[in-house]
Design a protein around this ligand. Structure first.
Ligand code: HEM
Ligand code: HEM
Length: 196
């Protein structure tokens, strides 16, 4: 039987904008902290908080493939997917696959941890920001602990990001599709018969 291949929209504009703005914002936030421009760092931090808050809301009300519900897989399905990667025949998913979904949730959780620890650090060390009321309620040791935690969460993100890229590259090879380009155009090739 012959299958007709067509392009369908998987990633809507808000998800694509979110992704590339996040990549740019993350790099700029990291660099501004490393070179010590705290004002720019905090401003970028607030923008990133807004961006990720928007994505979390979009995960509940957005279009089909952007909804969290569409890439919420059971542990068994995730393990099966990872096992199938080794045999070379994993199921093809149009949205995030189970391994990718795990990485997405991990990165989002990590970003929230970076934001929370950043906001607390801003309050208890620099006496600024919306959590200022915490400033006189913690000891010096605790204050530095939050700064350490912020740095630690960023380091974990720096470990996960290369794994994320590795997942994108291996998924692209395995399913013979360019996942990075799909995150730009929003489109993916699908076999028409599969859609019914
Ligand atoms: C993805 C976003 C972010 C990244 C990648 C990031 C990264 C970093 C890094 C690498 C440092 C240097 C840590 C050190 O060596 O001590 C830092 C420090 C800091 N960050 Fe962030 N950060 C982010 C978001 C935020 C947010 C949302 C806030 C608060 C609004 C924030 C507030 C701070 C503060 C107050 C410091 C301490 C600066 C100092 O006094 O030394 N960061 N951040
Ligand atoms: C140039 C570097 C990057 C490339 C090429 C890239 C590529 C991609 C691709 C292709 C996807 C979709 C995966 C799929 O088809 O299932 C994706 C999703 C995602 N990536 Fe990246 N990524 C990059 C950097 C980053 C960074 C630095 C972060 C975090 C700071 C990040 C966070 C995410 C998140 C949260 C998603 C889920 C998108 C959503 O559903 O809203 N990515 N990335």
């Amino acid at each position: 039987m012959e299958h007709e291949v067509e392009q369908i929209k998987i990633w809507d504009l808000p998800v694509r904008f979110f992704h590339w703005a996040l990549v740019m914002g993350f790099v700029l936030a990291y660099v501004s902290a490393e070179v010590g421009i705290l004002d720019a760092h905090v401003l970028l931090g607030y923008c990133l908080i807004g961006l990720v808050t928007f994505r979390v809301l979009w995960g509940f009300v957005g279009t089909q493939y952007s909804r969290f519900r569409s890439f919420l897989f059971s542990p068994a399905e995730t393990i099966n997917y990872v096992r199938a990667i080794r045999t070379g025949h994993p199921t093809h998913y149009y949205g995030h696959n189970p391994a990718g979904a795990l990485m997405v949730f991990g990165l989002l959780a990590l970003l929230l941890a970076i934001f929370m620890s950043g906001l607390v650090t801003l309050a208890v060390i620099d006496y600024e920001g919306p959590l200022l009321f915490l400033a006189n309620q913690v000891s010096d040791d605790t204050s530095y602990f939050f700064r350490y935690a912020h740095d630690f969460f960023v380091d974990v993100a720096l470990l996960l990001i290369p794994l994320h890229l590795l997942g994108v590259i291996s998924g692209s090879i395995q399913h013979k599709e360019n996942l990075a380009r799909s995150m730009v155009t929003g489109m993916k090739k699908v076999v028409k018969a599969d859609l019914s």
